[in-house]
Ligand binder design. Structure first.
Ligand code: SIN
Ligand code: FE2
Length: 211
């Protein structure tokens, strides 16, 4: 599907290099959800242990590089924890969406090699952090939300900077890169709710070029 033949959704600038694309992914949500359901049944999301403790989200991955925490640290890994097998490829519908969202945000020819899948139950959250384990910071981050709403916190270059609060909905995309590539970000505790397609959960896909 060519998203650019559809009516363009709104673009909301958040900071230099960063924008929110409300509803950008809505035309492909059903196909995307079918892919994700299949993936999650084969590669069930797991709670990762990090040096800060057990994460409240459950995590799975696609692509050449998955994101794995083991209690001592966390890193991109070509192998799934437990089985040692590679992660499955990122489906074309997700790659195309990521490239189109990046393009709309001004980043051309984005080809992610990692898709992190974070599953949030009501109450799950993500503390403020930077994405800084990738090799090439000229590549943006594309973040896609599905399911129940969540408040995305987008800070600045210091953890103490007060973040802006972005009410993300099913089908929204956020892209950040350039001057804001290493900005702090996180997710406030997700409020109890039920989504018609996903039920009582939120899923976020984070697409990155890791290596
Ligand atoms: C993350 O930064 O890893 C996740 C962001 C989100 O869930 O929206
Ligand atoms: Fe992040």
């Amino acid at each position: 599907m060519d998203l650019f033949s559809e009516q363009h959704p709104e673009l909301v600038p958040l900071a230099e290099g960063a924008c929110w694309l409300p509803g950008f992914a809505l035309p492909v949500m059903e196909a995307l959800w079918r892919n994700l359901q299949q993936h999650l049944s084969e590669y069930p999301p797991q709670q990762m242990m990090t040096p800060m403790g057990l994460m409240s989200v459950r995590t799975s991955s696609m692509g050449d590089w998955g994101w794995v925490g083991n209690g001592h640290g966390y890193a991109y890994s070509a192998m799934q924890p437990g089985t040692g097998l590679p992660w499955p490829r990122i489906p074309p519908v997700i790659l195309q969406l990521a490239a189109q969202a990046a393009h709309k945000a001004g980043y051309h020819a984005f080809v992610p090699d990692s898709c992190l899948i974070n599953v949030y139950a009501p109450g799950s959250k993500m503390g403020l952090h930077q994405d800084k384990d990738e090799m090439d910071f000229s590549q943006p981050i594309v973040s896609l939300s599905l399911g129940i709403p969540a408040t995305f916190l987008f800070g600045e270059s210091k953890r103490t900077d007060k973040p802006v609060k972005i009410p993300l909905q099913h089908g929204d995309v956020v892209v950040w890169g350039g001057a804001s590539r290493r900005f702090y970000h996180g997710v406030a505790p997700v409020k109890a709710d039920t989504h018609p397609l996903l039920g009582p959960r939120r899923i976020n896909l984070t697409l990155r070029k890791a290596k």
